[in-house]
Design a protein around this ligand. Structure first.
Ligand SMILES: [Zn+2]
Length: 393
């Protein structure tokens, strides 16, 4: 190194931690790999993970591009605050190969979807804050935000997982719960690019992300009912606002979290992934997580529709599925969208759209069991009345 001249290596912050999952079966051990860029504890903090549903490879591929780009940006001193990246969030699911097929969506041992049942930390964090821990809430929203983050982080560490899957959930949540921005990268079965978030998340910047990614749908819900990862990060802020704001303790929307669905399972392509990674990094720049200027983009706030407005077309009988429409195609109420052919009788059952809207997802499987969801349409008006808006599968 030349005296007096900074070497890029001197300012590099990239660190990799491998954390062992607890509660492995005797004689086995699995690890989760965490990439850290920037200064630990510095603001703003972004958290990005991929592959929580282990068979969803587009996100894991995008994460590899992100890791490479973030390492370059780190060497150039362009990371602001802290960025945490988990490129392969589910080593349990990735290990679940059954007769040659990867089955990474549900934990085989317990049957629970890996992106459900994340702990709601609002209660324990709220109780800590009510007791003046780590310090009493005041009238300054930004000071209160710091206290909320500390309480949420303490609540995450206090969880007592009893299975390896819950241990994984705790490790992931502990790294994300105090972030300003959480991006959970998934994909659908066969689908256009889309995302899920809350109204606050959408108004707070995810319209920009949707525009950069080329999303053709965005679904809003204030709690979809399944305790997915993104909501475990964002909803505590709303719950704590409701609890403490009436007493004169304002709390901001401290965490913007979204589940990004990078098209369908088969859309595993290096060029697409490179473009998607660039869109994500441009969004990070736009939010101030990188010392770069983001190229301008035209947002469309009216892209978002209620998650409760999604029409799920179900197979009326078991049989061979013949689709009449592609993801991305707009349909009208009454239009035939699929036929299910009963292989014993040869009888054909035509399924019609019940609403107007774009088809944003359809099943990759061409054989359906009775009542399987085979296709989804984004409607503008709420349809669902139940509290569980996400599909199990
Ligand atoms: Zn998923």
């Amino acid at each position: 190194m030349v005296a007096g001249k900074a070497n890029a290596a001197d300012i590099m912050t990239h660190r990799i931690d491998d954390i062992a999952l607890p509660h492995g079966r005797p004689g086995t051990v699995r690890h989760i790999r965490i990439h850290r860029f920037g200064q630990e504890g510095a603001r703003p903090k972004a958290y990005i993970q991929a592959g929580l549903h282990a068979g969803e490879l587009p996100g894991m591929l995008v994460a590899q591009h992100l890791a490479e780009k973030l390492a370059s940006l780190d060497a150039a001193g362009a990371i602001r605050g802290e960025i945490v990246l988990v490129p392969m969030a589910n080593p349990i699911g990735l290990d679940q190969v059954l007769h040659g097929d990867l089955s990474g969506r549900f934990e085989l041992a317990g049957g629970v979807n890996f992106n459900r049942a994340f702990a709601d930390l609002s209660g324990p964090a709220g109780d800590m804050l009510a007791a003046g821990q780590p310090a009493p809430l005041g009238s300054d929203a930004q000071v209160n935000a710091g206290l909320v983050r500390a309480a949420l982080a303490a609540a995450a560490i206090s969880l007592s997982p009893r299975t390896q899957a819950d241990g994984l959930r705790q490790i992931l949540l502990s790294h994300a719960i105090d972030a300003d921005l959480v991006l959970d990268l998934h994909c659908d079965s066969e689908a256009v690019m889309h995302l899920y978030t809350t109204s606050a998340g959408w108004g707070g910047g995810f319209a920009d992300l949707a525009a950069r990614l080329g999303c053709e749908a965005a679904f809003l819900a204030e709690g979809s009912g399944g305790e997915p990862f993104d909501e475990a990060c964002s909803l505590p802020w709303q719950n704590l606002q409701a609890r403490f704001a009436p007493a004169g303790h304002p709390i901001p929307d401290g965490c913007a979290a979204t589940t990004v669905e990078l098209r369908g399972e088969g859309d595993v392509d290096d060029m697409l992934a490179a473009a998607d990674a660039k869109a994500l990094l441009d969004h990070l720049s736009w939010r101030g997580h990188l010392a770069l200027s983001a190229p301008p983009v035209e947002t469309a706030l009216d892209l978002a529709t209620p998650l409760a407005g999604v029409e799920r077309i179900r197979a009326p009988v078991g049989g061979i599925v013949l689709f009449h429409v592609e993801p991305g195609q707009s349909v009208r109420a009454g239009q035939p969208v699929a036929t299910v052919l009963e292989p014993l009788s040869g009888k054909r059952h035509v399924c019609q759209a019940g609403i107007d809207g774009p088809v944003w997802s359809r099943s990759r499987a061409r054989y359906a069991s009775p009542d399987d969801i085979i296709l989804s349409i984004a409607g503008r008006e709420p349809l669902a009345t139940g509290s569980h808006l996400l599909t199990a599968r």
